[in-house]
Ligand binder design. Structure first.
Ligand SMILES: [Ca+2]
Length: 131
């Protein structure tokens, strides 16, 4: 009896997930192929898709990245392709750092003393993703 049917590919785990940019890490849960003739086996994730996600997380490139999984049975019959969408997200807040003293004491002076105008030292903001 000839095997003419490809395996049925299904995701293992969620079809969509979030990974925090820069500080997060992506762990591929994979997919499996169920073939009527060969039985169960792991499906193959597209290596370029996986590399793109690791790069996006490392570089803080927020966006949605697909991972495609395919499988071919031992008789060369291709199965379906399934896709997981990985969202590289930035949920971290920027860190604001004051310049100068805090608290800052500015003595009150009568206008007749002609006080210099107050000059604020400002602040800086740093975001781990936006830099
Ligand atoms: Ca088959």
């Amino acid at each position: 009896m000839a095997d003419t049917l490809g395996p049925v590919v299904t995701l293992v785990g969620q079809d969509s997930l979030d990974v925090e940019a820069v500080t997060g890490s992506f762990t591929d849960e994979g997919a499996q192929a169920d073939d009527a003739y060969d039985g169960l086996s792991p499906a193959v994730a597209n290596a370029a898709d996986i590399r793109a996600i690791h790069g996006a997380v490392r570089d803080g490139t927020v966006g949605t990245y697909p991972v495609h999984y395919t499988a071919t049975d031992k008789h060369g019959n291709a199965g379906n392709t399934v896709v997981r969408h990985v969202h590289v997200v930035d949920t971290s807040v920027p860190i604001i750092t004051l310049k100068g003293q805090s608290p800052l004491v500015v003595p009150a002076m009568p206008a007749s003393a002609n006080p210099p105008p107050y000059q604020d030292a400002g602040a800086t903001a740093y975001d781990i993703v936006d830099k």
